[in-house]
Design a binder for this molecule. Sequence first.
Ligand SMILES: [Zn+2]
Length: 192
Amino acid sequence: MTRALIVVDVQNDFCEGGSLAVAGGADVAFRIGQLLHEWQEAEPNDRKYGYVVATRDHHIEPGDHFSDQPDFVHSWPRHCVAGTDGVGFHPNLDPQPFDAIFDKGEYAAAYSGFEGKSHDDGQALAAWLRDKGVTEVDVCGIATDYCVRATALDAHREGFGTTVLTELTAGVAPASTEQTLVELRAAGVALT
Ligand SMILES: [Zn+2]
């Protein structure tokens, strides 16, 4: 069994000070950094994860995903625009030892990391994971009720044993976050 860690959208614009800040984002970035540090320091045979990957919201012209009057459900203030600081990983996310980075959302909203393509060679996330023999994934990052939710549901649908590390996630709103955890559990996603 090979397990991978998927770090979802831990980007400047989704953390405090960003254009679409999620409360607790910077703290989640810091704690995921600690996990990555421990992973890096462990002996290769003792490592929980065979691979660690990250996704990024990476917008060029995503249509009605952006709005000047956002409803914060289907439309949002401009965020994670390619070439801006907002698209970068938050500096609290240290180290960033990712085996691959998957960008999504260039020309349309894309909440799931499984809609992303590898920054290096354009491969989709599910195919990349299968090529590496990955069968189980842990998902963490921002935001619990949007991109973590969509990524975890897709991971499960793609046949990966899926766990969401809830302590390493931050949600946009308490009600939708709570609803998401119920939905994930019902779908067969494990929560820790
Ligand atoms: Zn977006």
